[in-house]
Design a protein around this ligand. Structure first.
Ligand code: AHR
Length: 507
C-alpha cells in the first residue's frame, strides 16, 4: 500500500479558523429563493412563507454567512423593487438567467430568513447597471438607523432597527464579458474605489469586497486584481475569488486534484495583492473573500441554452452531486482552511437547488446532496487554530495539473478543549492509502473521539428524492478499505480510494 505521513505541531499555527469560511450563497436564480428557501404554499412553510425543512437543513449544514442577492442577477437588480407592499412590487425580466423575478422576496424578507437561519448577511450591490448613488441608497435603507427618507421607509415596512450588515460586495464578476455592465479593470477599479469611499463616508467600519477574477482561467487573471487594487487598495478590505470545478471527459484524476488550482488561485492573488501593497508602501493587507466556489458542471450548462420562455423560478443548473464531487468539495474546504491567514471569508455557491448541497421539490421533501456532508462536518469540527502541515505524500500524474499529491489534509487544534481534528482526502482512484499521523507533539493521551468518511464502491453514486440517504457518512472503521490503528502518539489511517475523512482526537 502507498504511504503518506504527517506530523502535527500545535505551535505551527496558520491562523484561527474563521467562522466566515463556512459561508453560502442565495441568489435570485432558478429555484434557490422561490421553492427553495421560500414557498408559502408548502405544508412546512412558516408564517413568513419560509420552508422550515430547508431552514433546519441550513442550520445543520453549519452555514455562518450568506451572500445575497447575486451573482449575475445582482448586476441588473433594482433593490427597491423588492421592498414595500408585496401587491405593488413589479415583476421584472432577469436578463442574467432569462427568467421572471416577482420580487416577492427582497431584503426585508431575506433578513428575516437570515435571522431564523442564524446567519450573517453579505450583501452585494449592483455595479453593473448602477453606481454610487444606488449603492448609497440601499445602504441607507439597510443600515441607517432612522430619520432619513430610506431608513424611515424601512421602518414603515416593519423593520424598526437597521440590519447592521457589515460585509458588502462591490458588484459581481465585472471582469466577465457575460456580466451585465461588464467593465475594464480601470473602469471597475475607479467605480469600486468611489463606491467604497462613499459607503465609508456613511459608515466607516464596513468591510468591503472588490470583485476579483471569476476564475483562474480568465485572460485577465492577476492583472485585473492588480489594476483594481491600484485604484481601490486603501478603501477595500477584500478582493473576491470565484472558482468552479467539474470532471471533464472522464478525467477523474485531474478532477480530484481540483484543490491544486484553488491553492494556486489563492497563492497568486495573495502575491498580487501584496505586490500592489508594496508598490503603494502600505502596511495594510488585503484579504481574500472566496465568495463563490463549488463543483459545477458548467460545460453542461454552456451546451444547453437557457429556455426561450420567460418563467418564474425555472429549473436552472440543478446539478446532482456524486461521491467524487463530495470528495472534491471536502478537499476545497481543506484548501480554504489551509489559507485561513488570508482567506477569511468564503461562500459555497449556492445553498438550495442551484448547484447546492440542499435540494427541494415544490410541495415535496428537502434532502441532502452528497456535498452536504463534508461541508457540515468541516463546519462542525474545525475549531480553534488551523495548523500548518508538511505532508510527505506520493504523487500521481494528472493531465491538468501534472504531478499531484495523492493525499491532501489540514488539521485544526482547539487549545480550549485540547481537541485536534484532521481532515484528509485520498485522491487515488484505485487503492487505499496509508496515512501515518504523528501526534506526539500534542502530548500523551489523545484518543479517537469520532471519525467520518465519505466514500462508496461507486464513485458516481448520488442521493435523490427517492434515495436521500444513498450516500452518507460512516465511521472510517466501517467502510471498505478504512482502518485506524493507534500506537501511542502514532496513528495510522487507511484511507479508502476516492474518499474524504474527518477524524477528531480528544483526551
Ligand atoms: O453561482 C452561479 C453564477 O456563477 C453566479 O450568478 C455568478 O456570479 C457566477 O458566474
Amino acid at each position: 500500500m502507498l504511504r503518506a505521513r504527517v506530523a502535527l505541531n500545535p505551535a505551527a499555527v496558520v491562523a484561527p479558523v474563521s467562522r466566515r469560511t463556512f459561508g453560502s450563497f442565495v441568489e435570485h436564480m432558478g429555484r434557490c429563493v422561490y421553492t427553495g428557501i421560500y414557498e408559502p404554499d408548502h405544508p412546512l412553510a412558516d408564517e413568513d412563507g419560509f420552508r422550515t425543512d430547508v431552514l433546519a437543513l441550513a442550520r445543520e449544514l453549519g452555514v455562518t454567512m450568506v451572500r445575497y442577492p447575486g451573482g449575475n442577477f445582482v448586476s441588473g437588480y433594482r433593490w427597491e423593487d423588492g421592498v414595500g407592499p408585496r401587491g405593488q412590487r413589479p415583476r421584472r425580466r432577469d436578463l442574467a438567467w432569462r427568467s421572471i423575478e416577482t420580487n416577492e422576496v427582497g431584503i426585508d424578507e431575506f433578513a428575516k430568513w437570515a435571522e431564523k437561519a442564524d446567519v450573517e448577511i453579505m450583501y452585494a450591490v449592483n455595479l453593473g447597471t448602477r453606481g454610487v448613488q444606488e449603492a448609497l441608497d440601499v445602504h441607507e435603507y439597510i443600515n441607517h438607523p432612522e430619520g432619513t427618507a430610506l431608513s424611515e421607509q424601512r421602518r414603515a415596512n416593519g423593520a424598526e432597527k437597521p440590519y447592521g450588515i457589515k460585509v458588502w460586495c462591490l458588484g459581481n464578476e465585472l471582469d466577465g464579458p457575460w456580466q451585465t455592465g461588464h467593465k475594464t479593470p480601470e473602469e471597475y477599479g475607479l467605480l469600486a474605489a468611489s463606491t467604497a469611499r462613499a459607503l465609508r463616508s456613511a459608515e466607516p467600519d464596513l468591510e468591503l469586497v472588490a470583485c476579483g477574477s471569476s476564475s483562474s482561467s480568465m485572460p485577465t487573471f492577476g492583472t485585473w486584481e492588480s489594476t483594481v487594487l491600484e485604484h481601490a487598495y486603501d478603501v477595500v478590505d477584500y478582493v473576491s475569488c470565484h472558482a468552479y470545478y467539474e470532471e471533464h471527459d472522464g478525467d477523474l484524476g485531474s478532477f480530484l486534484a481540483s484543490a491544486v488550482d484553488m491553492d494556486f488561485f489563492v497563492n497568486s492573488i495573495v502575491a498580487t495583492a501584496d505586490a500592489v501593497g508594496a508598490r503603494l508602501k502600505s502596511t495594510k493587507k488585503i484579504n481574500l473573500s472566496f465568495d463563490e466556489w463549488n463543483v459545477w458542471y458548467l460545460s453542461r450548462f454552456q451546451n444547453a441554452p437557457l429556455p426561450e420562455e420567460w418563467k418564474v423560478a425555472p429549473r436552472v443548473i440543478e446539478d446532482r452531486y456524486n461521491v467524487a464531487d463530495a470528495v472534491v468539495v471536502g478537499n476545497l474546504l481543506i484548501s480554504l482552511l489551509r489559507h485561513s491567514d488570508r482567506v477569511t471569508a468564503a461562500c459555497q455557491a449556492q445553498l438550495v437547488n442551484v448547484i447546492a448541497p440542499i435540494m427541494t421539490e415544490p410541495g415535496g421533501p428537502a434532502w441532502r446532496q452528497t456535498i452536504f456532508h463534508p461541508f457540515a462536518k468541516t463546519a462542525a469540527l474545525a475549531k480553534g487554530d488551523v495548523l500548518r502541515l508538511h505532508i510527505d505524500a506520493p504523487t500521481y500524474e494528472t493531465a491538468k495539473y501534472g504531478p499531484a499529491p495523492l493525499v491532501d489534509a489540514v488539521a485544526t487544534h482547539d487549545a480550549a478543549t485540547g481537541d485536534v481534528t484532521l481532515f484528509a482526502v485520498n485522491r487515488d482512484v484505485a487503492n487505499p492509502v496509508e496515512f501515518g499521523v504523528d501526534l506526539s507533539a500534542l502530548g500523551a493521551g489523545l484518543t479517537v473521539a469520532e471519525s467520518w468518511t465519505l466514500t462508496d464502491d461507486d464513485v458516481y453514486a448520488s442521493n435523490s428524492k427517492d434515495a436521500p440517504e444513498r450516500v452518507t457518512l460512516r465511521p472510517l472503521t466501517d467502510v471498505p478499505g478504512g482502518a485506524i490503528t493507534v500506537d501511542g502518539g502514532a496513528v495510522t489511517l487507511s484511507l479508502p480510494r476516492v474518499s474524504w475523512t474527518a477524524i477528531r482526537f480528544t483526551r
